[in-house]
Write a protein of this length. Sequence first.
Length: 269
Amino acid sequence: MNLPNNFIIAFSLTMLAGLTTAIGGAVAFITKKDNLKALSLGLGFSAGVMIFVSFVDIIPETNVMLKVYFPNNYQWLVYLGFVIGLIISILIDYFLPDHVDGNELLHPDAPEENNHYKHYKLKRAGIMTAVAICVHNFPEGMATFLTTTQNVTLGASVALAIAIHNIPEGIAVALPIYHVTGKKRYAMLYAALSGITEPIGALFGMFIFELFLPQVMVGFLMAAVAGIMTYISFDTLLPLAKEYGNWHLSIVGIMSGILFIWLSLILIG
């Protein structure tokens, strides 16, 4: 098998981005959940990077790639690829949403009339969140991997953005599991495992890249990646950024992310 260009770098970045859910598991035990305003900046930063990369770099690059093969219809193919990426994300979110009750996570020790029910509810929230995050992280892993194989700079930026937003995902998994079991190692393990599907998504991307995708299809899939990242930004990152801090912190984070990736592309390009 002929591996894609930058395979080792692409897979390594995807692996590191996925494993940051374990960092979120650790953060859950060293910082109070209601004192995580720095994450608001970080999540806004991630959204800014992913939105900017999607519309300013990936979409124009996809236009160039597909114009060679479809000079008259390339814009429609890019549009269709983007829409398919949105549909994939919407379907995953519809059948298995990755959101849990914010009040449960912010105040896991709040009084509950039925302690047994509370115990069950927290356990279910932790496990279902872990499963949901696994499913959501799969296309993120493909996005990071395929972006890096085309452009290492862009791939590193996407990996950074995904890594930052994986931290609160790890927190969302670890807190309910910890308050049910009382064991930090179990909570950390569940948080770490929730990110393992990102490198699995990278491997899947490598195989379809090799077996099914001629160069003409890479452009179409990259347009879908842009759709996936855009949906993640608006559906998950920005609402979470507001929840962890406030809208002004989120905006500062978004602008910082845009300026950071813009400057990096100027300096490296």
